[in-house]
Design a protein around this ligand. Structure first.
Ligand code: ZN
Length: 134
């Protein structure tokens, strides 16, 4: 037999659930994970979704130096539909053993956003400072 008050508690829970759903449908503060996107800092085009972020060698971001001595801090993404590859895969000076890289630019404004790596693994390494986080 149910304890007194149980039904009232269930009703209160139900009401708060409905309220949360209504808030989300109204486009309120409660954004779902799927909506969180990383954008091009230059033109605000959508580059990648936050749920596609992946660790790089176990870290959230990694810093690398290219052959010209320029340091880049990059974040990993398994997919980046807002990127277009503008070079052929090259194994030269690859930061990830077994992976070739291609230069990836913004589909919106052609800004250099990072690199696509393919080979032993497939992912994007995007320059954190050229993106606007969600
Ligand atoms: Zn752009």
């Amino acid at each position: 037999m149910a304890r007194p008050g149980t039904e009232r508690n269930e009703r209160a829970e139900y009401n708060s659930l409905v309220l949360r759903e209504e808030t989300q449908q109204a486009g309120g503060a409660a954004k779902t994970e799927a909506d969180r996107v990383w954008r091009c800092a230059a033109c605000a085009a959508e580059v990648a979704r936050d749920r596609h972020r992946i660790p790089l060698d176990g870290a959230a971001t990694r810093a690398f130096v290219n052959p010209d001595g320029i340091e880049y801090v990059i974040a990993g993404f398994s997919e980046a539909p807002g990127c277009a590859e503008v070079s052929s895969p090259s194994p030269y000076w690859s930061w990830f053993p077994g992976c070739a890289w291609q230069v990836s630019v913004c589909r919106g404004c052609s800004a250099h956003l990072g690199w696509r790596f393919t080979g032993a693994d497939r992912f994007y390494g995007l320059i954190v400072g050229r993106l606007t986080p969600p």
